[in-house]
Design a protein around this ligand. Sequence first.
Ligand code: APR
Length: 185
Amino acid sequence: MTRLTLTLGDITRQHADAIVNAANSSLLGGGGVDGAIHRAGGPGILAECRALRASRYGRGLPTGQAVATTAGRLPARWVIHTVGPVYGPDGGGDPELLASCYRESLRVPDELGARTVAFPAISTGVYRWPLDDAARIAVRAVREAETAVEEVVFVLFDERAYEAFARYAGTPGDDADGPGAPAAP
Ligand code: APR
């Protein structure tokens, strides 16, 4: 059974075997989590992303899929890049694609032997997925995933996201990392 914990903070400071990036299909960086991971992790991550584009993912990483690269200077061994769906009818706002991001981001670590995985709240920023619905989908997908990963840490960037995830995860997480973290619910 994979243990779920929540923490408030910056995912680029999270110690884990693998850190999940809310990327876009180009794999060539962007804003939000993507920009933070590339900035903090350094050029080695982008170099491996470019190599993936030049080989297996010539047309980009499809929504809902996941792929691993080095974590560069981050306190992790790997970054798992996954592409969430954009919310709304024009963005293929399919909840199953969002669930797939979590499932696939737990399948790839199984191939690597990673046992702890840190997730951001995928699709809830630029891709505009409503936080509460994204939290429900995320927690359910992780709970239902068949994986050898022992711990999943949801790293939430603000208290609103933390509270949304806590509603579904049900258990107060490790607040140690979150400066000004809310009292455990
Ligand atoms: N640590 C943890 N969470 C973060 C961080 C961080 N350093 N920075 C942002 N977040 C949170 C946001 O507050 C949001 O809740 O991550 C969640 C996802 O937001 P985005 O990063 O905008 O990701 P997403 O909505 O999936 O959109 C992906 O945005 O940055 C571009 O290249 C990316 O095109 C892609 C799109």
